[in-house]
Write a protein that binds this ligand. Structure first.
Ligand code: NAD
Length: 325
């Protein structure tokens, strides 16, 4: 089985590649890691790895990679929400045209129907929301990023229906705790207020503690992607895009989980600095979903924010909270 990952230099792509190398799925024979930024191949791979730059907005470059006929394509490459909103042309070129170029290069090959796992987002939904967003809620995104992901979902379902590929779209929750440096994404503070205090650093909280959102850990996200690799796609039926399970938590509940893991001194590193712009953006975001269909198909996420903090401490901090005491 030849697996190809686009966006392999990104947070989830790199974690997925490492997981496939350390715990290879049965039959893995080759791994192709592609990203506009050079991907780092994980060491110790039991199979040949090609790691190379690729711009998914370049149709002939995409077609050349797909000509190798990978059995599974994880399409994770994307311009994320803030940038897609700031740069309209780039967002459409990568997230929509790039996705279509990928799907069309698959369609162009005879006798070829790979599994395609597409990273979608809860940004395909837009306010006003009911308290819990049901499986059947309409796709009415309120950002260019969400619109591009929604169009990707529709193409995935149609190309699957037409028999060009065998697709599954995963509407990922907000992935928290995101490792690395703080970024400027409006959602960044959800991760910053856990990651930075655990590392002994200060973090800024721009919203009130009653703000609620929908989360899963990077570990759970890799689990979702691997489940999509292994599962029987026929079981999904024609609605190939799934809202994935997550955990609905308030910022206050996040902070209490941090306190239980690392004490009052860690919590004291959170500096309240209200930002009406961020508060306004976040107020339009979804807080809770019914993910019963994906759960019924075997997708699993954390049930408490303590589990999310523990996953971060184990996976990123070597299992110890260095900042404590
Ligand atoms: N992290 C989250 O909270 C979250 C939530 C919902 C959906 N998603 C989706 O999951 C996927 C992975 O997310 P992530 O957190 O790893 O994001 P990331 O930003 O860390 O990774 C995305 C990768 O795509 C690459 N990329 C951008 N433009 C490209 C192009 N033209 N050609 C090739 N590669 C290009 C980037 O270089 C980057 O390495 C994305 O599609 C994202 O939209 C993520």
């Amino acid at each position: 089985m030849h697996i190809l990952i686009t966006g392999a230099a990104g947070m989830l792509g790199a974690k997925l590649a490492r997981s496939l190398v350390t715990d290879p799925p049965e039959g893995l024979s080759r791994l192709t890691l592609l990203d506009v930024a050079a991907p780092q191949p994980p060491v110790g791979a039991p199979v040949p790895i090609v790691a190379s730059t690729l711009d998914v907005a370049d149709p002939s470059a995409v077609a050349a990679r797909i000509a190798k006929r990978p059995d599974v394509v994880f399409h994770l490459a994307a311009v994320v929400s803030g940038e897609a909103e700031a740069d309209f042309d780039k967002g459409y070129a990568v997230n929509f045209d790039g996705t279509r170029a990928l799907f069309d290069s698959i369609r162009a090959l005879p006798d070829y129907r790979p599994r395609v796992v597409f990273a979608s987002s809860i940004a395909v939904f837009g306010a006003p929301f009911p308290e819990t967003i049901p499986e059947e809620f309409h796709l009415t995104p309120l950002t260019s990023y969400g619109t591009q992901k929604a169009m990707g979902e529709l193409m995935l379902a149609d190309y699957t229906r037409r028999g060009f590929l065998d697709g599954i779209g995963l509407r990922l929750p907000t992935i928290c705790v995101r490792p690395g440096r703080p970024n400027k994404a409006a959602s960044g503070f959800f991760s910053n207020i856990i990651r930075e205090p655990l590392a002994g650093k200060e973090a800024v909280l721009p919203v009130e503690e009653d703000v609620r959102h929908w989360f899963a850990s990077p570990r759970a996200a890799v689990g979702f992607l691997r489940h999509a690799l292994a599962m029987d796609l026929e079981a999904i039926g024609p609605r190939r895009n799934l809202t994935l399970p997550g955990l609905s938590a308030t910022v206050g509940e996040q902070i209490e989980a941090l306190r239980r893991a690392a004490g009052d001194e860690a919590v004291a590193r959170i500096r309240r600095e209200p930002d009406p712009v961020i508060a306004g953006i976040v107020a339009g975001w979804a807080t809770r979903f019914d993910a019963g269909r994906a759960e019924g198909l075997g997708f699993r996420a954390e049930r408490t924010f303590d589990e999310i903090v523990a996953a971060h401490v184990e996976d990123e901090l070597g299992g110890t909270v260095g900042a404590r005491g």
